[in-house]
Design a protein around this ligand. Structure first.
Ligand code: IMP
Ligand code: MG
Length: 464
């Protein structure tokens, strides 16, 4: 059977921990969208591994597949694999021959476009990994696929077509002179990034290595075979529903479909195969957000936090949640925007994904508050909405109608994790029950701390 793991909010819901937990029962863990914009830390035998492309299960002896819906930066892929090997692991990673390749010019263009937008409110705050520009080329039928790297003639032909266009784009549209520009943009050598011969040599070698190590597959065939032979497959969604290119707050989105439908399209299996399995929505018990976009239940003003100028109850609450949840950028250390759980966002996610179960994380972060609130519905133009408007501008105008729950104490969460659901504080159970009822979906797991063992498991979808 299959289990699909999907972020129900804005990414960073703690999917990694759930993939880790349930992935134990899987033989193959496949990603179906995104690329090295994702980030997960895996702890195995006390060693921490930071991965952005290699599926976390590959650290634990599972086969990791990057499906056709992914965009693959071979440089990142081999760096991660080599690092894991240096630590004595032998990850088994397969890459779809239909997946698109991130080239250095995609990264340069991603960074330049964000730079051009930097003084406007249309800046997305991308991860700068070239994700958007690669998906643009896929849709524009000028992309280079993993399978093309294995065929030098095809690779050269495609590069000869596309690279002059990229040169013209950077020089004529963005007015960046390749002769004068800094040598490195977005971590890549700008001059090689727009040079057909340099790209050809580098990417042909990546192709050779993929081939020598037998890493490429027709993802759909490979996964179908696994399932036919009785194997268990987990689909690992990256990012989250509200940054899905179709169902998220466009244009503040990533360029792929993290929603569950992506698991079919992005791996080459039918929606019936995905639908016969389980779809588990990962929910963070509050909300946090990096960068622009609507946030009706936001607490305080993040700029005041940065300046240290804030005061008042909302500011204090925001600071408390931010500190307890460690809601600071991993690289920049910048405080993230935080706020209450947003139910219209979750109802939207439940419908778009068809969740069969939920994993609700970080209830320990909210512990110790007198009251915990949720945005139950929105009011927009005098009308009550229980899901999100289709345009981001309308979404931004929504006022939340808050519902208040009694808070729960900070308890010894390790004990709770060990004793199970019975040990969860009553008021937290009421909160979880509300979410479950509103979404008409059972709660399979409750995250009570950052560690792998700090999860209360009520059901394992692979056993259903
Ligand atoms: P991109 O995916 O790099 O194009 O970035 C587009 C948007 O998605 C930005 O707002 C990113 O912050 C967001 N994003 C991309 N990957 C992740 C993730 O793994 N977690 C949370 N947000 C992400
Ligand atoms: Mg993440």
């Amino acid at each position: 059977m299959t289990v699909t793991i999907v972020g129900s909010q804005l990414g960073d819901e703690g999917k990694g921990g759930v993939v880790d937990l349930y992935g134990d029962a899987a033989d193959v863990i496949a990603r179906y969208q995104g690329g090295d914009n994702a980030g997960h830390t895996v702890v195995e035998d006390g060693t921490k591994y930071k991965l952005s492309l290699v599926p976390s299960g590959a650290v634990r002896g599972k086969v990791g597949v990057l499906g056709n819906g992914c965009v693959v930066n071979p440089k990142t892929l081999f760096e991660e694999i080599d690092t894991l090997r240096e630590k004595g692991l032998d990850p088994d990673v397969r890459v779809a021959r239909r997946a698109h390749v991130i080239l250095p010019y995609h990264r340069v263009l991603d960074n330049i476009e964000e730079d051009v937008k930097s003084d406007t409110d249309i800046k997305v705050g991308t991860t700068g990994r070239g994700i958007g520009p690669t998906y643009e080329d896929k849709a524009g039928r000028r992309g280079i696929r993993v399978g093309d790297l294995l065929d030098p003639e095809v690779l050269r032909k495609r590069l000869e077509y596309v690279v002059p266009q990229k040169r013209a784009l950077i020089e004529d549209v963005y007015k960046v002179s390749l002769a004068d520009v800094d040598d490195v943009i977005g971590g890549v050598d700008v001059h090689d990034a727009f040079d057909v011969s340099a790209l050809f040599e580098q990417y042909r070698r990546f192709g050779e290595r993929l081939d020598e190590e037998g890493m490429t597959v027709a993802a759909g065939d490979f996964l179908a075979e696994t399932i036919d032979e009785g194997g268990e497959v987990m689909f690992e969604g990256a990012q989250g529903t509200s940054i899905d290119i179709d169902h998220g707050n466009y244009p503040y989105v990533t360029s792929s479909n993290p929603t569950a439908g992506g698991a079919a399209v992005g791996t080459g299996l039918g929606p019936t195969t995905v639908g016969r399995g389980e779809v588990v929505g990962i929910v963070k018990a509050y909300l946090s957000r990096v960068g622009s976009g609507p946030f009706p239940t936001e607490l305080g003003d993040v700029d005041e936090q940065i300046e240290g100028s804030g005061e008042g109850k909302e500011y204090e609450l925001a600071t408390y949640i931010r500190d307890e949840g460690g809601e600071y950028g991993t690289v920049t250390g910048r405080p993230r925007r935080v706020g209450w759980l947003d139910m219209p966002m979750l109802r939207h996610a439940e419908r778009a994904n068809g969740f069969t179960g939920l994993a609700i994380n970080h209830i320990d972060v909210l512990a110790g508050l007198d009251e915990v609130k949720v945005g139950h519905t929105y009011t927009l133009d005098g009308e009550v909405l229980d899901t999100v408007p289709a345009t981001t501008e309308r979404w931004e105008q929504c006022e939340p109608n808050l519902k208040t729950f009694e808070g729960w104490d900070d308890v010894d969460w390790d004990v709770v994790a060990e004793e199970g659901y019975e040990a969860v504080p009553e008021n937290a159970k009421t909160y979880l029950g509300y979410i479950s009822d509103e979404l008409d979906t059972p709660v399979y797991a409750i995250g009570v701390g950052p560690g792998r063992d700090e999860t209360v498991v009520r059901e394992n979808p692979f056993e259903n």
